[in-house]
Design a protein around this ligand. Structure first.
Ligand code: ADP
Length: 638
């Protein structure tokens, strides 16, 4: 029989799998059982509407066989089975879930380890090759009279031929590798260890997982002893034993589920090699009765910020999974949350339409939203280190959540945000900022910059630092939009130290400044004219202490926003420009020189104005329109 080759990319994953440094080869059993369970789900679902299936709920089961002599482990299900085409397309191609494309991308960026990839997606069926040197699949699809045998010994391809099989379903038969230095595979070949693995990884599978066990039984021999009592003898008898308890972990009483068990559940189901940052149990009665087991991951899956990430919680109707990823029960801003929602009120044949119009799910969503927020708040207050780690992973996502949909979720999320503090030298919450405000302080001071280092050296910050006020350094593109959306935090207004009135001057000081401004009007107008389109206005600064100039903006669009849009391609980037305002420090020597030149040498005054403007652009992190001219001007000073 001609051997077929695996698709090239599959081969690579398979090689990776076989030679994997993966530390838990034992997960193969979980993967094979989970496929069997899915196959039964499918047939059971069909049986609800199709009488021809001829099986009742109670008839479905997964059977495991182990033989040390032949070194075989088999996992048989009476699920939906596979047609020949399905065998080809399902087992001939590995990792259709996008893991390979992803792996290639990550390889390019040099970021992913093998462990990461396998951990991320699971390679399902192929994990059998971690422990087997030959895998045989005998399957008969529902509705088909013919069965097929698929067989493969690894990377050199597979064969498919017609076969005989009673009843619909699939047998996966694995020949366990000989013991090797890296692993003693024989350990999998006994009932006890298989039983333990099932308990550990597949206890909550809702179909019975049975294994043949040999039990000793006492039976009468038919003879009687001297006292007339029947003589007994022991015989061995093979009985089917159900290994799994089948009660889903979220349906068990909270105090009977240990943290380790629930961590293990999370790690197995969501392929994370770390336990979650936080676990949330919900048991709701009232309007809608449901149970939920939710997890807040401690790290973002590598595909979290890409389209490959599929958000949503698993939906169960009293222990039966009815939807793999339901987005309707969790708001987008918390899309990183993983877990399960189970309600006896959910119909088994739930559809997208019912979901969207369902009041039930809206109530659940609102409720879950609150629970997640409270859990995060608790983490922030009681386990700040864990929260910081969580925030490093998902903080940016929360930030986008604040501004998306016209700020619909801003009240929910504001207290979860953190920004880098000039004093603490680490991210702090707005609440922490407010609590540490000095008694006379009236604003939440912040600045949007490219980096912490450039914020530290901003000329505009001097005055605020001198007062002992804390400044929040906002370095993400989205930050500026957040502050504009929020405007204030608990009635304390945000103040952008580069743009806004700092609120530090007395009325007299303000009047004095206005007077000075008027006094220099002609000079300021002259500078404005010299700079032409480059600036919308030129003013005297009320913030600068030791620096000569800086650039600010007036109106809706800030310089940071302009920079943000400039990164995007297309029309928008051309149209969105800040109204730039050049501010000068009247007590600086540079200004005095300019003033003098304005009286005596207009040509030199023009040059000095251009130099100061260029310097302001540089400090603001903006490109110079004509760097050559700037260099020439500077050299002209010598
Ligand atoms: P995944 O389960 O993540 O889709 P797998 O590699 O484990 O990936 O399995 C590939 C596909 O093969 C499954 O999606 C399913 O369609 C099919 N399959 C695997 N095992 C069985 C089984 N026991 N019965 C029916 N179909 C199966």
């Amino acid at each position: 029989m001609a051997k077929k080759q695996f698709k090239t990319e599959s081969k690579r994953v398979l090689e990776l799998m076989i030679n994997s440094i993966y530390t838990h080869p034992e997960i193969f059993l979980r993967e094979i059982i989970s496929n069997a369970s899915d196959a039964i789900d499918k047939l059971c679902y069909l049986s609800l509407t199709d009488e021809r299936v001829g099986l009742q709920r109670a008839d479905f089961r997964i059977k495991i066989g182990v033989s040390e002599e032949t070194r075989m482990i088999s996992v048989s299900d009476n699920g939906i089975g596979m047609t020949r085409e399905e065998l080809e397309s399902n087992l001939g191609v590995i990792a259709r879930s996008g893991s390979l494309k992803f792996r290639n991308e990550m390889e390019k960026s040099g970021e992913a380890s093998d462990l990461d990839i396998i951990g991320q997606f699971g390679v399902g069926f192929y994990s059998a090759f971690m422990v087997s040197d030959r895998v045989t699949v005998i399957t008969r699809a529902y509705g088909s009279d013919t069965a097929y045998k698929w067989e493969s010994a690894g990377t050199d391809g597979y064969t498919i031929e017609e076969w005989q099989k009673d009843g619909v379903g699939t047998d996966v038969i694995m020949r366990i590798k000989p013991d090797a230095e890296e692993s003693e595979y024989t350990r999998f070949l006994n009932d006890m260890s298989i039983g333990q693995l099932v308990k550990k990884y597949s206890d909550f599978i809702r179909w019975p997982i049975v294994i043949d066990a040999v039990e000793a039984e006492e039976v009468e021999t038919g003879e009687t002893d001297a006292d007339g009592k029947p003589v007994m003898k022991q015989i061995s008898k093979t009985v089917e034993r159900t290994i799994n308890s089948r009660v889903p972990i979220w349906q068990r009483p909270k105090d009977e589920v240990s943290q380790e068990e629930s961590d293990e559940f999370y790690q197995n189901i969501y392929y994370d090699y770390e336990p979650p940052a936080e676990t949330i149990r919900v048991s709701a009665e009232g309007q809608v009765a449901y149970q939920a087991l939710l997890f807040i991951p401690g790290r973002a899956p590598a595909n979290f910020f890409s389209d490959l990430f599929e958000p949503g919680l698993q939906l169960y109707s009293n222990g039966v999974m009815i939807m793999e990823r339901c987005k309707e029960v969790i708001p987008g801003c918390f899309r990183f949350v993983r877990g399960v929602v189970d309600s006896p009120d959910f119909p088994l044949n739930i559809s997208r339409e019912t979901l969207q119009s369902g009041r039930q799910l809206r109530i659940i969503q609102t409720n879950i939203e609150k629970k997640v927020k409270n859990a995060l708040r608790r983490l922030m207050d009681e386990e700040p280190e864990k929260y910081e780690k969580f925030y490093a992973a998902f903080g940016l996502h929360l930030k986008y959540g604040v501004v998306e949909n016209y700020g619909e979720k801003k009240d929910l999320l504001t207290d979860l945000l953190m920004f880098y503090s000039s004093k603490e030298k680490k991210p702090v919450s707005l609440r922490a900022y407010k609590e540490k405000m000095l008694p006379e302080q009236k604003r939440v001071y912040y600045v949007c910059t490219d980096s912490i280092a450039s914020a530290e050296s901003l000329p505009q910050a001097e005055q605020i630092r001198e007062k002992g006020y804390e400044i929040l350094y906002m370095t993400d593109d989205v930050d500026d939009f957040i502050v504009r959306r929020l405007e204030s935090y608990e009635d304390v207004k945000f103040c952008n130290i580069t743009n806004d009135d700092l609120g530090l001057e007395t009325e007299e000081e303000k009047a004095e400044a206005e007077k000075q401004q008027a006094q220099y009007r002609t000079l300021l107008d002259f500078i404005k004219e010299t700079l032409g389109e480059g600036v919308a206005d030129v003013r005297l600064s009320r913030k600068l202490k030791s620096h000569p100039v800086y650039l600010t903006s007036e109106g809706e669009i800030s310089i940071e926003m302009e920079k943000y849009f400039a990164l995007m391609k297309g029309d928008m980037s051309q149209k969105i420009k800040a109204r730039r305002v050049l501010e000068l420090n009247a007590s600086h020597a540079a200004f005095k020189s300019l003033e003098q030149a304005f009286e005596t040498d207009k040509d030199r005054a023009e040059k000095l104005a251009k130099i100061l403007h260029s310097q302001a652009l540089l400090i603001a992190g903006l490109p110079l329109e004509n760097p050559a001219e700037y260099t020439e001007l500077i050299c002209g000073l010598f």
